[in-house]
Design a protein around this ligand. Structure first.
Ligand code: NAI
Length: 416
């Protein structure tokens, strides 16, 4: 069996983490049980490029129970849980290629390692597998792929628009049972968790600046406010900015917010959001972090240029000293703070995201290559099924439409 991980002796700890996560992933457990009986993914080769966490381990286990042969690499150099990688190899027989803190060269070597199996399905978080396959013109037959996050979906849509996408992709991120919960409540909670673990900062009474009021930004702002921070939103989209105003936040350009904030967090999927002009205005001791997919939201070169010194002051905090003596603290090298400084999203929310992944994978195989080369939404029956199973797992019942209501809601003739 091929693999490259940090240390196989970490497996026992990893196994317990995987089991802990499993206890909080009831929907995925149900899918795994069915996959075990029906083997819908029999002998399918899957290359997965995902954050190597205990939740991902449970997804991979479910796919394996379905009959698939899964090769796994990391979708971010800093998010790998080495003990989980070790257990996946030792206890579950999965080929994993990921080491926390790997450099860029190793990161891409690991992507190449999983592509060696010539996957029939790719599973991405950020579209690195798809973009490698396309930029290197790899031409093995592929049934389809799935994409986990907003940034990946944007990249894939632009490939589809340019007519270069070689195979169909299901945008798992666009499922309601994914982004409404994972991006909002998952990123909201785990980003705060990452900032707190990294800094032990008191949020109450602080001024907390959130750049980007999309699904992730909404969650982060909501949770920061809940802990007593004064929250400022910076946006470029008038509609989102208006929404933030009516949600009760202060809204202003980042240039203005720069001199007010104690903590700055980016969640835009854009690049160069916090730049030199902003660092120049920041208060001494400001904390800067990113929750967006790539480490390009904070202009790290700009920060280096303004600085005369930098040192690692805490496990995942670098302190930059500017020429005038002010200090700016950067968490996790500007990489996803919730996965680098904490454990990523709670299992209970990843349960839904990964249920969508597993069912979308099954759907791709059922369609057997009959889809077009474009980006598809998750079929609404899958989305609804995940919501229904999740509610059931929580012991929550809801009302049903009566026959009379069904007729009323589908008719235009009944006005009163
Ligand atoms: P979204 O599209 O819902 O929101 C992004 C928002 O940022 C939009 O409202 C947009 O107008 C705004 N924006 C873009 N450029 C901006 C700029 N220069 N200044 C201020 N605002 C700007 O996207 P979503 O789902 O919130 O995702 C955001 C990023 O977070 C993506 O990179 C996504 O892949 C990533 N993500 C990270 C997760 C994590 O675990 N940390 C989980 C899910 C998504």
């Amino acid at each position: 069996m091929n693999y490259e991980i940090k240390d196989i002796s970490l497996a026992d700890r990893g196994k317990m983490r995987i089991e802990w996560a499993r206890s909080m992933m009831p929907v995925l457990r149900l899918i795994e049980e069915r996959f075990h009986k029906e083997k819908p993914l029999r002998e399918i080769r899957i290359a997965a490029c995902l954050h190597i966490t205990s939740e991902t381990a449970n997804l991979v286990k479910a796919l394996k129970e379905g009959g698939a042969n899964v090769f796994l690499c990391a979708s971010n150099p800093l998010s790998t849980q080495d003990e989980v990688a070790a257990s996946l190899v030792k206890d579950y027989g999965i080929s994993v290629f990921a080491i926390r803190g790997e450099d860029k060269k190793t990161y891409y070597e690991h992507i190449h390692s999983v592509l060696k199996i010539e996957p029939q399905i790719t599973m991405d978080d950020g579209a690195d597998l798809v973009s490698t396959i396309h930029s290197e013109k790899r031409d093995f037959p592929i049934i389809g792929g799935t994409e986990e996050t907003t940034t990946g979906v944007i990249r894939l849509r632009s490939m589809a628009n340019e007519g270069v996408l070689r195979y169909p992709i299901i945008a798992v991120n666009d499922a309601n049972t994914k982004h409404l919960f994972d991006n909002r409540y998952g990123t909201g909670q785990s980003t705060i968790d990452g900032i707190l673990r990294a800094t032990n900062m008191l949020l109450a009474g602080s001024t907390f600046v959130v750049c980007g009021y999309g699904w992730c930004g909404k969650g982060i702002a909501m949770r920061a406010r809940g802990m007593g921070a004064r929250v400022i939103i910076c946006e470029v989209d008038p509609l989102k900015a208006l929404e933030a105003v009516m949600d009760g936040y202060l809204v202003m350009p980042l240039k203005e917010a720069s001199s007010l904030g104690n903590i700055f967090i980016t969640s835009t999927g854009d690049k160069g959001v916090i730049r030199e002009e902003h660092f120049k205005e920041m208060r001494n001791g400001a904390i800067v972090a990113n929750a967006g997919h790539f480490n390009v939201e904070i202009d790290l070169d700009g920060l280096e240029r303004l600085s005369i010194r930098k040192r690692k002051i805490r496990e995942s905090v670098e302190e930059f000293t500017l020429k005038d003596g002010r200090k700016i603290n950067l968490i996790s090298e500007g990489r996803l703070v919730n996965l680098s400084s904490a454990e990523g999203h709670p299992s209970l929310v990843m349960d839904m995201s990964f249920a969508n992944q597993a069912l979308s994978c099954e759907y791709l195989i059922k369609k057997g290559g009959n889809l077009e080369r474009r980006v598809y939404s998750v079929p609404s029956e899958i989305d609804k099924k995940v919501a229904k199973l999740k509610l059931e797992s929580m012991g929550i019942e809801i009302d049903e439409l009566t026959e009379e209501q069904k007729i009323y809601l589908s008719s235009w003739k009944i006005g009163t």
